[in-house]
Design a protein around this ligand. Structure first.
Ligand code: RIB
Length: 311
């Protein structure tokens, strides 16, 4: 099964803090590390660890971070030959604060990710047409994504779009997106900015479905995931694992969803598998470093009681 990912590659600079600060506040750090990350890179590595043949597309700078990111992705079995290293541009960097229960705050400087453009998109189109699933996120500019969605054949590959970080999706032909996978905060931004609580989920889901997207899966952290369909919403409960760092859980979810769909599974089974991959990811530190293999997810699904649970 072949998967292509077009997206960001970032070096993540991660500080663990006693608690997440409020604006203007300084809080003490309890640890600092550097991890390979970026939503595109994480999704590519996750899909490869879950057994797919993966090709990653994107741009890095011609610098130490760029080289290291490519080495790690290659080490995980990802084909990075389509990633371009640009002279005079820095590799993307993310600054991440991780709180005591694994919750995070992320800011990122796109650098070379921001130079993914329509000319590059046009050049990689022939490869994207060859795969079973294409994974996209929003840490690269929208025009190349719009071009790709317009020029792909109508039914292959299956397109899974992670609207993260959330922004106005109106430039994108959403009718060509098979699965849109916002988390609750992104869903709120995409549907007008009001917080989306449990009761609001159905309304917000229906609103987003009316944009033409084919399937909507809402990632809701501790509440699990929801599949919104025209008739209503189905909930898939989360595993009650002990979180140490939630970074990249959404990426693991999307990659696992893609792998499962590429294997021919239906959305119900695929979302169950994706929930398990995301659950394992939050029990480990870092982004790419926390992504599970297929054997690990299968073991977790067979013996979830062996893993420490939260109250
Ligand atoms: O989804 C997690 C990722 O978001 C991190 O790896 C960081 O690079 C940011 O892009």
């Amino acid at each position: 099964m072949k998967i292509a990912v077009l997206g960001s590659l970032n070096m993540d600079l991660v500080m663990e803090v006693e608690r997440l600060p409020r604006p203007g506040e300084t809080v003490p750090g309890t640890g600092f590390s550097r991890y390979p990350g970026g939503k595109g890179n994480n999704q590519a590595i996750a899909a490869a660890r879950l057994g797919a043949e993966v090709r990653l597309f994107g741009r890095v700078g011609r610098d130490r971070y760029g080289e290291e990111l490519l080495q790690v992705a290659q080490g995980a079995g990802v084909d990075t030959s389509g990633v371009e290293a640009l002279a005079g541009e820095a590799t993307g960097v993310a600054l991440i604060l991780v709180g005591p229960e694994g919750q995070n705050m992320i800011g990122y400087a796109p650098g070379a990710n921001g130079r993914v453009d329509e000319e590059y998109a046009q050049r990689i189109l022939p490869w994207l047409r060859e795969v079973d699933v294409l994974l996209l996120q929003l840490e690269v500019p929208l025009p190349p994504l719009a071009l790709i969605l317009r020029r792909l054949p109508p039914d292959r590959p299956l397109v899974v779009l992670d609207p993260a970080p959330a922004r106005d999706l109106s430039p994108l032909p959403l009718a060509r997106v098979d699965y849109l996978t916002p988390n609750r905060e992104e869903l709120a931004i995409l549907t007008g900015g009001r917080a989306v609580d449990q009761g609001e989920l159905v309304r917000a889901g229906q609103e987003l479905l009316s944009t033409g997207v084919r399937n909507l899966v809402i990632k809701a952290d501790r509440d699990g995931a929801y599949l919104a369909e025209s008739g209503g919403v189905t909930r898939f409960p989360a595993y009650r694992v002990q979180a140490v760092d939630t970074t990249a859980a959404g990426d693991a979810f999307n990659a696992a969803l893609a792998v499962s769909l590429a294997e021919g599974k239906g959305p119900y089974e695929a979302i169950g598998f994706a929930n398990a991959a995301a659950a394992l990811t939050v029990t480990r530190k870092g982004a790419a470093s926390s992504l599970p293999t297929k054997a690990e997810v299968q073991d977790f699904l067979r013996h979830p009681y062996r893993y420490p649970t939260r109250d």
